[in-house]
Design a protein around this ligand. Sequence first.
Ligand SMILES: Cc1cc2nc3c(=O)[nH]c(=O)nc-3n(C[C@H](O)[C@H](O)[C@H](O)COP(=O)(O)O)c2cc1C
Length: 413
Amino acid sequence: MKILLKNIEEPDYTGSIQDYRRKGGYTAVSKAIKEMTPEEIVEEVKKSGIRGRGGAGFPTGVKWGFIPKNTDKPIYLICNADEGEPGTFKDRIIIERDPHLLLEGIIITSYAIKSHQAYLYIRGEFVYGANRLNSAIREAAEAGYIGKDILGSGYNLDVQIHRGAGGYICGEETALLESLEGKRGWPRIKPPFPAAEGAFRCPTIVNNVETLANIPFIINNGGESYAEIGVKNSTGTKLFCLSGHINKPGIYEFPLGISLRSLIYEHGGGIKNNNKLKGVIPGGSSMPVLASDEIDVSMDFDSLANIGSALGSAGVIVMDETVDMVDVSLNVAKFYAHESCGQCTPCREGMPWMRDIISRIKDGKGKKEDIDTLLDITYNVEGKTICPFGEAGAWPIRAFVNKFREDFEKHIN
Ligand SMILES: Cc1cc2nc3c(=O)[nH]c(=O)nc-3n(C[C@H](O)[C@H](O)[C@H](O)COP(=O)(O)O)c2cc1C
């Protein structure tokens, strides 16, 4: 069952508007705008059960429902195309290979939340993607899907691209809003949540690229058919990014609920050089690593949370027996120390502190008490910052230490 890669996997598919329409594209937008009220669309998306694909897994229809009724302020839609999470490269493929699928999702969502201005906040490094989207927006405007009086309905929508400048934190929705407003990307304290007070202090919905790219299918086929795909509480298909020591790295689309073992051994072709598996990060670098005996887990929001990890962005990073987890945690700690925005003291001080301790351990200068100090720092960062970046840096380090303590002890001893 393919929703997101259906077109992309066709050999001759170019992603042009002609190709997209040939494959049935833009029928959902027409159905939504001509035959449905915004409220009916929100209901359909609620029925689908889809949860956000950007990492937090919040139910999309419920979020849309938080837009205040009868507001006299403008309402904004922001498509989060920052895709900064290490190990994640799924939004990029939609942007580059099927940009109209994303645009169709953006147009329908904007109509559903009564927005006339959508922003596509795209990671600065995605130059090709930004160009691709620019051309697609032009094509869609020429065809009458974007602009004034869309399909003769009287509904107007402008879609603009805003390029980021390389800060991982700007993927966090409130830092993104600050950045979009031309300010330093510092997360805001919530509440107020963006749906009540977002861009320019007006009601705003922020959704991930993959989330929005599912919307045309939901409108064409109905929320109930979408809800039949996947498992309870984790409906629909998901893009999984397989990387690391795996024979067939790449992007795979499967219904949520596929087992991690089958992703790695059946679809990913197993571990390189027939080596043994040591550990897997299931949801991008900020999610706790799983040990090799934890891979019989269903890849869905609840099952991964039940074993102390999370689906996150579904960036599956596979590591074989040759990997030293001290190296990996140093790499991860360096990243979070570098990317901390510096606003909250526990994060600003804690991330470089963890990096320095791990670096010392790696150089053979570690002390026995360093391991407990590392764990202690993770507990003093988690939950003590304005945004979840604190958890994103603390959780993986704690999991590396707890599950692969012997690697750390080897260096220290
Ligand atoms: C540090 C940090 C970085 C994030 N980076 C991204 C990102 O690159 N792309 C994204 O879609 N969401 C990212 N998120 C999640 C967003 O804050 C937000 O939950 C998401 O865009 C909402 O969309 P969704 O409901 O469709 O998932 C990040 C969150 C944090 C805490």
